[in-house]
Design a protein around this ligand. Structure first.
Ligand code: ITT
Length: 196
C-alpha cells in the first residue's frame, strides 16, 4: 500500500483492460475518492480458472511487471442460480458465443431467475504480490433484452435494489450506485487511501 497521499501523486495508477465501458465505470467511481486512473488499453494475458481472484491476480501481476507501473485488473462474471452459477468465470466466452439471447433461451419458462454479478479487482505494484477486492450485486435475469446502455449482460440484468430497470436501461452514474464493480472499487479505494 502507498504510505501517504504524497506518494500517490508520484505514481500513476493504470487500469489494464480492453473494455472501454469497464474503464469508464472504474474511472468514475475512483474519481469520487480523488484517485485518477489512466487506461492501459491493452488486452492483458488472461488465464482460465474457476475463480475470478486467480484470473484477475494473474493478469495484474503480468501487467504490472511488464509495464513497470501499479496496475488494476478487474475481472467480472454473471452467476445464475438456476444454472448452478453458470456462466460465472466463463462469462466472457459465453457472451461471445451464445450472448444474451442464448442466456434467455436457457432460462425460457424458468421461474427462478435469481442471479448475481461478482467483480474482483486485483491491484499489483511491480515486483509485489497482487491484492484483491470483491463486490457483488444481486438481482434477476429479465424476460427480455432491455436497454442499450452499458455492455455485456447489462440489458438482461435487473438489480434487486433498483426500480425494475435493467442495467442496460441505466446511465453509467446510476449503474455505479449499485454495481458489483463499484462495490469492489470502493473497497479498493478505501484500502489504497488508508480509509477505515
Ligand atoms: P477485459 O479486457 O477487462 O478482460 P472483458 O470485457 O473481457 O474485458 P471480463 O472478462 O471481466 O471483461 O468480463 C467477462 C464478461 O462478463 C464480459 O464479456 C462481459 O460481457 C460480462 N460482464 C462483465 N462485467 C459486466 C457488467 O458490469 N455488466 C454486464 N456484463 C458484464
Amino acid at each position: 500500500m502507498l504510505k501517504n497521499a504524497k506518494d500517490k501523486d508520484k505514481r500513476k495508477l493504470h487500469v489494464a483492460t480492453g473494455n472501454k465501458h469497464k474503464f469508464m465505470e472504474l474511472r468514475e467511481i475512483l474519481s469520487r475518492f480523488g484517485i485518477n486512473v489512466e487506461w492501459l488499453k491493452s488486452k492483458i494475458i488472461e488465464i482460465q480458472a474457476d475463480d475470478l481472484e486467480t484470473i484477475a491476480s494473474f493478469s495484474a501481476r503480468v501487467a504490472a511487471n511488464e509495464y513497470g507501473v501499479p496496475v488494476i485488473v478487474e475481472d467480472a462474471g454473471l452467476f445464475i442460480e438456476e444454472l448452478k452459477g453458470f456462466p460465472g468465470p466463463y462469462s466472457s466466452y459465453v457472451f461471445k458465443t451464445i450472448g444474451n439471447e442464448g442466456i434467455l433461451k436457457l432460462l425460457k419458462g424458468v421461474k427462478n431467475r435469481r442471479a448475481y454479478f461478482k467483480s474482483v479487482i486485483a491491484y499489483c505494484e511491480p515486483g509485489n504480490n497482487p491484492i484483491t477486492f470483491d463486490g457483488y450485486v444481486y438481482g434477476v435475469i429479465s424476460e427480455e433484452i432491455r436497454g442499450s446502455h452499458g455492455f455485456g449482460y447489462d440489458p438482461i440484468f435487473c438489480p434487486e435494489e433498483g426500480d425494475g430497470r435493467t442495467f442496460g436501461e441505466m446511465i453509467l452514474h446510476e449503474k455505479n450506485k449499485l454495481s458489483h464493480r463499484a462495490r469492489a472499487a470502493e473497497k479498493f479505494a478505501r484500502w489504497f487511501l488508508g480509509i477505515k
